[in-house]
Design a protein around this ligand. Sequence first.
Ligand code: NAG
Ligand code: NAG
Ligand code: NAG
Ligand code: NAG
Length: 477
Amino acid sequence: MANSLLSALLLGLSATGAVAAPNAKRTLNQGGAPLKVISYKETPNGFRSSARGWNSFGIQANPQTLPSFKLDQEHVIEQCDRLVGLPGYDTCSLDSGWSVGGNGDEYGRIIYDDTVFDIPKLADHLHSKGLKMGVYIVPGAFLADVNKTIIHTDVKIGDVCHGNEGLVRCIFDFTQPAAQLWHNSAADLFASWGVDFVKLDFVTPGSPDNGQMLPADGSGSVIAWHKAIKQTGRKMRLDISWKLDRTQKYFNIWNSNADSMRTDQDLNNSGQSSFVSWATVQRAFDNYRQFIVAGLQLFDHLNIYPDMDNLLVGNNATTSGITDAQRQTVMTHYIGAGANLILGSDLTNLDKFGVNLLTNKAAQAVATFTAQYPIQPRNPGTGGQDSQQLQAWIAGPAPNGQAVVVLANYGPDLGQGGFNGTSTDVELVSASWKDLGIKGTYRVHDVWNNKDLGSQKSGVKASLGPGESVLLTLTRV
Ligand SMILES: *[C@@H]1O[C@H](CO)[C@@H](O)[C@H](O)[C@H]1NC(C)=O
Ligand SMILES: *[C@@H]1O[C@H](CO)[C@@H](O)[C@H](O)[C@H]1NC(C)=O
Ligand SMILES: *[C@@H]1O[C@H](CO)[C@@H](O)[C@H](O)[C@H]1NC(C)=O
Ligand SMILES: *[C@@H]1O[C@H](CO)[C@@H](O)[C@H](O)[C@H]1NC(C)=O
């Protein structure tokens, strides 16, 4: 589905691709530094690619997109059964609202709200179709459960969990071994139900805008949930959320305990009958940019995948809230980032364009590559990493000379913390090999337009209107 403005015309620059100055210091606004190729390695729970599937939050946050939806067994099955038609997308993940909100079972373990869900039965149903089951939790045990005894111990929850997390939960004292035993007991229960994915929300530092009095540092719960999941022997992903601190101390904790971490605030279009707005998506791209720039400064490889929040591209432009060109740009960035591909769309109303975005074989091959090598910003003309309207990104090159390049026009800046820039025109986005930090000759292929762009010696360029992008694969010749 080519869009008319989007014609990738390749540069024939004269030079053979210059090498960047050897001592150029890699700081945010200085371009032309040598390219540091960053990669993703195995995550703490043993995954080599990001999670894919569906999560209920998209529709929960924007109920007018599907007024008939209720967060219950029947409606979730109606959505998740559609994952069978989307090869590779296997995880059916429930957001907030599946569990009892004020207390746990007799041992203070998290339980499902049996007026709306039978989780073991739902998990069986999903597994029978080759799918996986995801649940949502927040840190702490319930305040109402402090007098209950942690299973297989004589320790009361209140002996190791005090104060108020701000979410009707107490705050564990992680220096007490029994605090870990409570987490183990809850993870064991999840494993017995057949849970495959756990989203841990409201982790701090970094969740300040929630209207709750969260503790200053919630990182202990991430470590405890990771250990708890490990000791179950069941393979489960741990996804942590949101606005997570990316300074070294905390980024190290996330990187060694969770399989994916949110890079952005919730993508939500509340009050609208569509899922998202372009301004919100601009912010999501910029949050990924900040994530990978921080990652490049701290790590040679990452053991955690980014979670840019729900992927909201599956429905038609009216319901998605963004144009088809913008939907393609969103998909390009989620793929480029190696991010979780957890849809928030209404899976019962995917349009043809959306199904192609999600399942296109060539794009999926790029996703396999970016599960190992994520895109990083190398701005046109400078090779810099700063936030701007016209941007270029590169993933790899891998040792075999494969790379992925994204050229994008994010404009104009709609003011939610997106990219700086005001142009509403079609712009020429041109990145030389020097900008991208590579040299040599590459065969270039335009993925979405399935078009070979020949062998290029010095760079790539495309004329792009606001919201448009190109996804290119490079093969060294
Ligand atoms: C826990 O037990 C103490 C002592 O009996 C009591 O004062 C308190 O109200 C109980 N708390 C809850 C949440 O049941
Ligand atoms: C959705 O966004 C609005 C406005 O940005 C915000 O007030 C609201 O709290 C958000 N809702 C959720 C569920 O995140
Ligand atoms: C877009 O999809 C919605 C369902 O998500 C449907 O109700 C609507 O008719 C569609 N609009 C167009 C223009 O196809
Ligand atoms: C945005 O770009 C303009 C023009 O390039 C520049 O003057 C301004 O400082 C930039 N603002 C930010 C916040 O980067």
